[in-house]
Design a protein around this ligand. Structure first.
Ligand code: NAD
Length: 448
């Protein structure tokens, strides 16, 4: 499941061919290792909005060194620009004036975060300027190169302190494969918690349910949530029992083998979490399947009923399990529910009408609950792009190659990239991060 092309371009002959033929040249992305500082370098802070003054203090809290002035010849690992002060189209020139002189000072795998105000909470010229930030950040994400990422974080007024966990994620190598994204903080109501005692173990004392935990992305989610201090309860089908048990033993976790589409699955999961753990704090609906076929060939009586089975696993089961956990009050106050959608649910894909419908439905599920949940419970989703797992190993070679290259990073992502994004949502300090769908796709060229 390795990326053979990436191995080839770093060989001597590969380097020559890349240079002469203009082939994509994926760089080895920085990734986070437990114990590392969040940022290995300095972050430049600029702009003149609601957050500009407090930003150096917030970064300091995370152990991130920052500066407001770049000395001649100095390099920086990241930039945070507060654009929440831009009031009309004419003000946008501040972006050019600030960024153009400093972009060449960025180290590789640099992180850029632009901060704004949610346009829907503003009016007139300010709304125009704040919305314009989206085009700016998405384009800079495609220009930055060398493994760099660029994001836009819209912070609602009064929620300035609630942005810390989001900065910790977006400035660190944890967001290696996340770029060109727009995140909203506090747009669905105020944060209940803005800080945690130990930023390296934000989930200490918390219980996390992860479905489809025995392998692939689910395994990575279990590992990362465990690293962050959670007790993980893994769920998978009985056929995967032995892998699931081995992993959960390694992580000092707990497990439950069942098919999430089983009639009594929601009740069994709720009962298990309540009886053995006294509730749950983080619910990750990761289990998913593909049964690809063009719609014209997807008869109701085809093998395994491709349509019904995909909708049942990917969409109906998360809905029913969530409903049961909420109705039985098994999700603790301040908890988080996390869906796993897909870029296919946003951009569409040939042969995946069933899968894309299920994954777009996951996004609808987030939208439907974001304003309804109370007691500080949040709901968000990740939408992975091309992530190298057994699921994508089944994709034909040529499609797989194209899928891996057609993004700003020119490479596939790793399961850990999805897991880190989920860990950011799960962090109790992310209580103002609600109703978001963040793509983990290296800024795929196709789709939104
Ligand atoms: P995978 O096939 O490697 O793992 C899926 C896991 O879910 C397996 O352990 C499987 O046994 C479990 N599962 C399937 N049906 C189940 C059921 N009915 N009950 C309980 N467990 C069940 O897949 P993956 O690549 O790790 O994908 C994980 C999630 O990420 C899925 O929701 C998938 O749709 C999504 N996703 C993956 C990619 C990618 O590129 N790999 C891209 C977008 C979205």
């Amino acid at each position: 499941m390795s990326d053979k092309y990436q191995g080839f371009v770093s060989s001597p002959i590969g380097k020559i061919l890349v240079k002469n033929l203009g082939l994509p040249n994926p760089v080895a992305l920085d990734r986070y290792t437990d114990g590392d500082p969040l940022v290995s370098g300095t972050v430049l802070v600029g702009g003149t909005g609601r957050l500009a003054e407090s930003l150096p203090g917030l970064l300091d809290l995370l152990g991130i060194a920052s500066t407001t002035a770049l000395e001649d010849g100095a390099k920086v690992k990241g930039i945070v620009f507060d654009a929440s002060g831009l009031r009309d189209a004419a003000d946008l020139v501040a972006l050019r004036d600030f960024f153009t002189p400093v972009l060449r000072s960025l180290e590789s795998c640099a992180r850029v975060v632009v901060i704004g105000t949610p346009p829907e909470l503003t009016k007139g010229g300010e709304r125009v300027a704040q919305r314009a930030l989206e085009g700016f950040t998405r384009s800079l994400g495609k220009e930055i190169g060398r493994g760099g990422t660029v994001q836009l974080v819209y912070v609602a007024e009064g929620q300035e302190a609630a942005v810390t966990s989001t900065l910790a994620f977006l400035l660190s190598p944890k967001s290696a494969y996340v770029s060109g994204q727009v995140v909203r903080v506090g747009a669905h109501g105020p944060a209940t918690t803005t800080s945690v005692d130990d930023w390296t173990k934000p989930l200490a004392g918390k219980v996390a349910l992860v479905t489809g935990a025995s392998r692939g992305i689910g395994e990575a989610i279990a590992r990362v949530l465990h690293r962050d201090g959670a007790t993980v309860v893994g769920v998978d089908v009985p056929q995967a029992a032995s892998e699931l048990q081995t992993l959960m033993n390694e992580l000092d976790g707990d497990w439950l083998t069942l098919d999430i589409t089983g009639k009594d699955a929601p009740q069994r999961i709720a009962h298990h979490l309540q009886e053995k753990h006294g509730g749950v704090d983080v619910v990750v609906h990761n289990a998913g399947i593909t049964r690809d076929r063009k719609l014209a060939n997807m008869a109701a009586n085809d093998k395994g009923d491709r349509w019904t089975s995909v909708i049942a696993v990917n969409l109906t089961a998360p809905e029913l399990i969530t409903r049961e956990l909420l109705d039985q009050k098994v999700i603790n106050d301040g908890g988080s529910i996390i869906g796993v959608a897909s870029i296919a649910g946003i951009a569409g894909n040939v042969g995946q009408t069933n899968y894309a419908a299920s994954k777009a439905g996951v996004i609808g599920f987030v939208d439907s609950l974001a304003d309804e949940l109370d007691n500080g419970i949040t709901i968000n989703a990740v939408a992975p792009g091309f992530i190298i797992t057994q699921m994508t190993a089944a994709v034909p070679f040529a499609t797989r190659e194209v899928g891996q290259r057609l993004n700003a990073m020119a490479q596939g992502g790793l399961p850990v990239d999805v897991a880190e994004t989920i860990a950011w949502y799960a962090n109790p300090a992310s209580s103002a991060v609600n109703g978001n769908v963040v793509r983990v796709c290296g800024q795929m060229m196709l789709g939104a």
